[in-house]
Design a protein around this ligand. Sequence first.
Ligand code: PLP
Length: 367
Amino acid sequence: MKINFIDLKRQYQSIKNEIDTAIDNVIKNTNFILGEEVEKFEKEFADYCNVKYGIGVNSGTSALHLALLANNISKGDEVITVANTFIATVLAISLTGAEPILVDINEKNYNININKIEEKITDKTKAIIPVHLYGQSADMDPILELAEKYNLKVIEDACQAHGAEYKGKKVGCYGNAACFSFYPSKNLGAYGDAGMVVTNDEKISERLVMLRNYGQKVKYHHLMKGFNNRLDTIQATILRVKLKRLDEWNEARRKNAKRYNELLGDAVITPIEESYARHIYHLYVIRVKNREDLQKFLNEKGISTAIHYPIPIHMQKAYLDLGYKEGDFYATEKSAKEILSLPMFPELSEEEIKYIVHNIKQSNIKI
Ligand SMILES: *Cc1c(COP(=O)(O)O)cnc(C)c1O
């Protein structure tokens, strides 16, 4: 058997007619930039998150970058985030000129360690970016308390968490703004790059509308220096078709995760779902001591796996200038050597999960 890490073809086959018609309509109307389809998707996705405003942009990275700018983050400021995240979280901070300040993870849930944030807050700290990594919400209440105490902005990186919940409410409504990526492999994925910021703050929403579109609200009247970071209209029309299925797809991922958990038992360290969270398993991440051996073994059996992420931010060449060294983030560094992401997508079959687990058990695992 051959099992891809993610298989987008199966999903396309299941919605092909609707997608093809939607794309056709945009092309027939030749209304390629912003317009009705983008506005409708912004409204539908903001409604989905129970948030007032949605501002479509061209990627999750732009969503983070512009959300920081709209919250007045700039050079001289410090922004706190987590050492185990996709590099884009930190790049977005750098793009504003602000300094990224990293915090170690909680080794059990892989999200920011809420007990290690306060010690990093200085006079320069302006914002915290919690990342809802792998599809599980960060523990937001203690973060919001710190933000209140020190007058900080909170910007959620929800790029892996479309539809994930914290204490019964979908993520995206907790911060001053929240950022989503619709990169093709995300739980809600476009057929190219796309992203969105959602917010309940009208002023921030107005700034974002300008920032993504050359700093203008009215054509050729530029009120600020902006960017060309708009959400592509063809991507918006595709995302409208897919948003209707997101809950069903997230439910299928949860079901797959449950099957993995049941079949794997204690053979490896399986992911946990915190009592405050509804995990939507963007990634299903297990942990073993001899990760390289297991990955190689599974690869030989036709099973593709991945590592999220093999090199923590502070060990990346691009970020040596932050002045961190090996040993600064113990839990992040340790987990980076042991984590392995198994195939996870809604269409993964029972037979495939059984085959994967069977082979994991056949290998010589150390935990
Ligand atoms: C995917 C991702 C991003 C960046 O999104 P792009 O659309 O690829 O720019 C940012 N943060 C996290 C946690 C992500 O997973």
